[in-house]
Ligand binder design. Structure first.
Ligand code: C2E
Ligand code: MG
Ligand code: MG
Length: 423
């Protein structure tokens, strides 16, 4: 075939060739697969058109064919992916040499429609011999190595068994969580916020809970990032919002003027539909907007982002209260803090826990309380685990406390009992 004729992606053809090599005359010696991603193709398709993308691919194939040994072969197997079959690749060391050879071959400006383009290749390499290895698993392993190179911002990576275990675990966790969210199988617990002046419970925070029969309870610090990375955090947020609002009536029947707080993820604020979705949920459950608090992390609201700013303004206009969670752990700009439509600031428990033992943390907590009050915000101290810390926070003028000393997070029915007992 003419090297410059744009080849159609053909992964099945490559797999057939690979199987033939694994079981051919050289079977027994290890065969290598180098998966090359031409990272520039998406840009070229978008800027110069798909024919230009194809032409660039064809040039790269030509260069690789010149560089590789006789008997090795190259095929296009995806829009921007080339797969090289490397005969006799007995060790990881040989894999590294092959990766360098491929990168060198492509390390030049390619010319497409009068424009000079850097192919910006990434390479993932795997190797193995039959019968332990089959073609499909070799290609998959090269793909795992390619992802690893991309993740580490390296130009190449060699497959190693250790790369697979965490990815597989992550994949299983992601699938199970996606199903749990879709089936409404996440649970909610509530943790109270105590008003230090009145001694009443002023509000409760809804916290997501998830467990798997095989793994037991999985903490939100583990599963929330999975939902964020896999792109279904807004579904999870909506489930939690509804789970919290549907319990509001029963809780507020025994504790009047109660607030209920729900945690938002940074990506929730990028969702233009969020304010309307929240407004509808409040309407559906008949909860007044000023009874709902949305807790946002510092980093999520500090970026001067137009969509996020507009969402916050619209939520605020609805009458919802906005709170900054884990304050002190992210980065804050004073001008942004001053301009945001906030109501509450939650001091992160890392400062609160050391309040009595560290004079420095004590000064930080006192200053943060003063700063929040100057900005007209209610202050909540998180992670209060003993009476002495609570007493010190009271002396500093802190408004609310939350923590195991008041109560651990409780299931919905237990929370109603807890609130009723305190009334
Ligand atoms: P957060 O919003 O700051 O929630 C407070 C966390 O501190 C909870 O952990 C709570 O159980 C724990 N905690 C409360 N009092 C104490 C105490 O006295 N001592 C100690 N050591 N810990 C205490 P949890 O439930 O594991 O949640 C961790 C984080 O996961 C939350 O931090 C929040 O950022 C996130 N999260 C939980 N549920 C959701 C959710 O529905 N949506 C989103 N986006 N994030 C959630
Ligand atoms: Mg929170
Ligand atoms: Mg917090």
């Amino acid at each position: 075939m003419d090297a410059l004729e744009p080849p159609l992606p053909d992964h099945l053809g490559f797999l057939a060739e690979l199987e033939a090599a694994l079981h051919g005359p050289d079977s027994g010696s290890a065969i290598g697969v180098a998966l090359v991603s031409l990272e520039c193709i998406g840009r070229v398709d978008g800027m110069l058109g798909y024919r230009a993308g194809d032409a660039l691919c064809a040039q790269a194939i030509g260069l690789l064919r010149q560089a590789l040994k006789a008997g090795d072969s190259v095929r296009r197997i995806g829009r921007n992916e080339l797969a090289c079959l490397l005969r006799r690749l007995p060790s990881a060391g040989h894999g590294i040499l092959a990766a360098h050879k491929i990168l060198r071959a492509l390390d030049q400006r390619l010319r497409v429609e009068g424009t000079q383009i850097h192919a910006t290749p990434l390479v993932g390499i795997s190797f193995g011999a039959a019968p332990a290895c089959d073609g499909d698993s070799l290609l998959r392993q090269a793909n795992v190595a390619l992802c690893e190179a991309r993740r580490n911002r390296d130009r190449y990576a060699i497959y190693d068994l250790n790369l697979d275990a965490p990815r597989l675990l992550q994949f299983q966790l992601q699938t199970a969580l996606r199903n749990a969210v879709a089936d409404n199988a996440l649970d909610v617990q509530f943790q109270p916020k105590l008003d230090l002046r009145s001694g009443a419970i002023a509000g409760v925070e809804a916290l997501a809970r998830w467990s798997l029969p095989s793994k037991g309870d999985i903490p939100p610090s583990q599963f929330i990032p999975v939902a964020e990375a896999a792109g279904f955090i807004s579904d999870l947020t909506l489930r939690m919002l509804n789970a919290a609002l549907c319990r509001y009536d029963a809780m507020q029947a025994v504790a009047s003027r109660l607030h209920v707080a729900v945690n938002l993820s940074p990506t929730d604020l990028q969702d233009r539909q969020l304010p309307e979705v929240v407004r509808q949920a409040l309407g559906a459950w008949g909860v007044p907007p000023d009874r709902l608090v949305l807790e946002l992390t510092e980093t999520a609201v500090m970026e001067d982002d137009a969509v996020c700013g507009a969402s916050l303004e619209r939520l605020k206009e609805t009458g919802i209260r906005l709170s900054i969670d884990d304050f002190g752990t992210g980065y804050s700009s004073m001008s942004r803090l001053r301009n945001l439509p906030l109501d509450e600031l939650k001091l992160d428990m890392s400062f609160v826990s050391n309040l009595l033992s560290s004079p420095r943390d004590e000064r930080i907590v006192r200053s943060m309380i003063a700063l929040a009050h100057d900005l007209g915000l209610t202050v909540v101290a998180e992670g209060v685990e003993d009476g002495a810390t609570l007493q010190r926070l009271r002396e500093f003028g802190c408004d609310l406390v939350q923590g195991y000393y008041v109560s651990r997070p409780l299931g919905p029915d237990q929370m109603v009992e807890f609130l009723a007992a305190r009334e």
